[in-house]
Write a protein that binds this ligand. Sequence first.
Ligand code: GAR
Length: 198
Amino acid sequence: MKIRVAILISGGGSNMLKLLASMDADHPAEPCLVLSNKSGAGGLAKAAERGVATDFVDHKPYGEDRAAFEDALIAKLEAAKADVICLAGFMRVLTPHFINRFEGRMLNIHPSLLPKYKGLHTHARAIEAGDREAGCTVHVATAKLDDGPILAQARVPILEGDTPETLAARVLVQEHRIYPEALQSFTRTLAAKTEANT
Ligand code: GAR
């Protein structure tokens, strides 16, 4: 049986599309749900076009009640029988309430060379600091924001005249390469462990 992967997005979902495309017949995993906190996230329609189940939980009606918002997400993920969660441009901070529920089974991609520049505006901060290189990191998500065991990292140069946008575009090319690679090796290891335990 294949490992079931749910992907959480907030926007256009270019990383999500690369993850979907990577899960071919030989892959240890298959997509079971693309879930967003925004009903209008562009990625939802693109996933649906590819025949993948989609859903959303709008965070706004929950206001400050993050636990209730997260319970609604958890209910959808459980209904989809998700084994592994991939955060792919999901722009809501998740609390330990959610993260502990999927401990060791949730991956995140972050557009910086972690542990540098956790949080937002990573490219602007790297340029502002005068860094010579930037990059992206895939890691296992833990209760601390943008923290946890690193699975893959890619570096790109910061060039003279770069803006946050030009740098983001250079980094995104690498995100599209390392996230599918990391998911494949993570789910292969998980499948081998599951087989050994049955
Ligand atoms: C990606 O660059 C991803 O690394 C970043 O959002 C973008 C989503 O693009 N994630 C974060 O900043 C998480 N804090 P996409 O929707 O085209 O994949």
